[in-house]
Design a protein around this ligand. Sequence first.
Ligand SMILES: [Zn+2]
Ligand SMILES: [Zn+2]
Length: 313
Amino acid sequence: MSIVFEEGADAITGDGRQRGLATYALTFLLWPAILAACIYGTWLGFESGHSAIYFNITYLLLALSLFALERLLPHEREWLKNDRQMGADLAHTLLSKGFAQVLVIVGLTIGIAEVAASKGGEFWPTHWPLAFQIMLGLVIAEAGLYIAHRVAHEWALLWRFHAVHHSAPRLWFFNTGRFHLVDTVTSILLSQPLLFLAGAPSDVFIWTNSITAFIGMLTHCNIEMRFGPLNYVFNTPAVHRWHHSRNPAEGNSNYGENLMLFDILFRTFYCPNRRPPADIGIDGPMPTNFTGQFAQPFRRDQAALPVTSGGDD
Ligand SMILES: [Zn+2]
Ligand SMILES: [Zn+2]
């Protein structure tokens, strides 16, 4: 059964008078329920001693669920249309995720974690309940992710690579991993060592990266959901859609990967009470195929740096 929402600002302001109460409640419950289910799947993995297998199954189920929900409850119907960039999206995702795994494995193998644990381990509050340790891990990783993302919007050299992500003409779960490899590596190098240096135990490390993966895929999904106060805590789809606006005054905001903490602290949080633009992308050249996109940052002709001209809200 397809549930049709009328277009307009009230989709964000939360006017549910013309819709069934159950559907309205569902739109509030979906995001926390899906994230909770993913966390439960990860927890089962730890309990069974097969965290990698359980993570991969959970991630796949998340993708399938979002695919179905995007068709049942789409936020933008236009974004359901094929943009003929699925091959490029998939190739970026596989390359970036594959390389990220190699980097982490190499890091663990050469013992950065062990060295950090032996020095910094004493700083890590291992006596805290695991949930609080994971929250601390998310905040520490977020500091690096926020800086990496903000610099990618403010430094022309890195914007060349980050522009690949922003060139997506629509947002849906499938282009979550559409990042140029250089963009991915920059984020990893600025966030993961912070966790190492803080002496985070490997479980916290895995939990932090798993939750980052879940929130990341949710962030791009094209599902009509409401978030209320969660917008001020997490990088929800509502918040991230503003980040993809063509207008730099709107798009140079919400740099958080998981949390909005640093956006609020550094006044880059932006989530007005209206509908974010459906026409997203960048103003500048960007091929639609993978090899073209991979090579684009090295070309002469570049998309202009999204510079905010006056006004901070
Ligand atoms: Zn960005
Ligand atoms: Zn994005």
